[in-house]
Design a binder for this molecule. Sequence first.
Ligand code: BG6
Length: 475
Amino acid sequence: MTGDKKGFPEGFLWGGALAASQCEGATLEDGKKWTTGDAMPYGVFSDVIIPPPDDYLKKEAIDFYHRYKEDIRLFAEMGFKTLRISLSWARIFPDGDEEQPNEKGLKFYDDLIDELEKYGIEPLITLVHFEIPLHLAEAYGGWANRKMIDFYEKFVRTVYTRYKDKVRYWITFNEINVVLDAPFNGAGINAKPGEVDKQVLYQAIHHQFVASALAIKIGHEINPDFKIGCMVANSPYYPLTPNPDDVWEAVRKDRETLFFADVQARGAYPGYMKRFFKENGISLEIAEGDLELMKANTVDYISFSYYMSYCASADPDVLKEVGNVKSGIKNPYLKASSWGWQIDPKGLRYAMNMFYDRYQLPLFIVENGLGAKDELIPDGEGGFTVADDYRIAYFKAHLQQAYEAIQDGVELLGYTSWGPIDIVSNTFSEMEKRYGFIYVDKHNDGSGSLGRYRKKSFYWYKDVIATNGASLFQG
Ligand code: BG6
């Protein structure tokens, strides 16, 4: 699938991506209970899990739960072909271990999916995006417990069956590799990053692999046309110097991500991980049939987020000073965002080629974007806007590199920018860090009218979609 000169492939899925706990709000409405995502960031280092303070932003977030129609209308105005959403597990199974689903929670997603259909926007659903019902974390210890596979299966069967004729694209777990640095976020394990017992952590990861393979099996049984993918946070590492030790360190760091894609795309634990387990005294409890299930049910496509790249050095004295939950070494050739995320458009082409060379599976860029501070200003016509040329420059450079990767032979299904409307950020639960084409009047202190305003990038992205990417190469 190669794009026409200066255009993206026909049928390319342009759109945006959201996560339930960061946009919906209504955290305790219509039967929903708390999730680990709602508890972020309070749950991470746990003393205070729930209830969070009154000015807690996610309680209302951007009120997508009540305003989704208005927001979808704006996405449709931009010409979205797809919208990536996640399902809040606790809207559907509030505690996670009940027998029957909560009809009111399902009704919300019925209506949301119907609203997308009205505009011809194809849903792309993440089954688990950094949240499980809080009860499953508190009572069972999250994914460290094998029982989670059964709870997940029940949840997944319920939504697959309900939406089998309305949804084609699914993702089993958001950024499954982030669990290494954020065990609460990724697996509901209430431990500080770095302090989690490795045996517990890798056992939880094994349970997620089994659950993901099971979800692929069940999905293909329910509807053979389902396309079910894995999703990894992809920040490639470059060696800081040509010193072979640095080169090897970059390979080692990349494998912390590739391990997750290797298992889900190839269906087996790679040799380098078997060695790692052995050398670290990790002995996984693998139930009968697990490995066969994983081997027989690999992903249909690889999806990933891409925000930045890092450098790697074997020298322990080199300062790790950039990044987020992960940390890496500064690249002297790159600039960083206000949050220290290094901006590296060519790294996207590099990563896409690396994945495609390795797996020969279609790719889907399901998160990319610039978190920035925006200023709402008069638009000269009695309304308000944001002059976010910096965001346009970021997107333009990244999309041009995605185009180059397609010319390199990479099969790319689509591109969903992160947070096409401003939402609560994941890492620090703040509103100040905005990714959207649409500004939401809501602030870190909880104030704001929740009004929506089109930024300059709104019109720019609309044009990109309308021309199927050709406008990226004009002017
Ligand atoms: C990804 C997550 O890690 O990055 C999203 O899948 C998250 O949930 C996004 O919001 C950006 O991170 P942040 O911390 O800037 O919101």
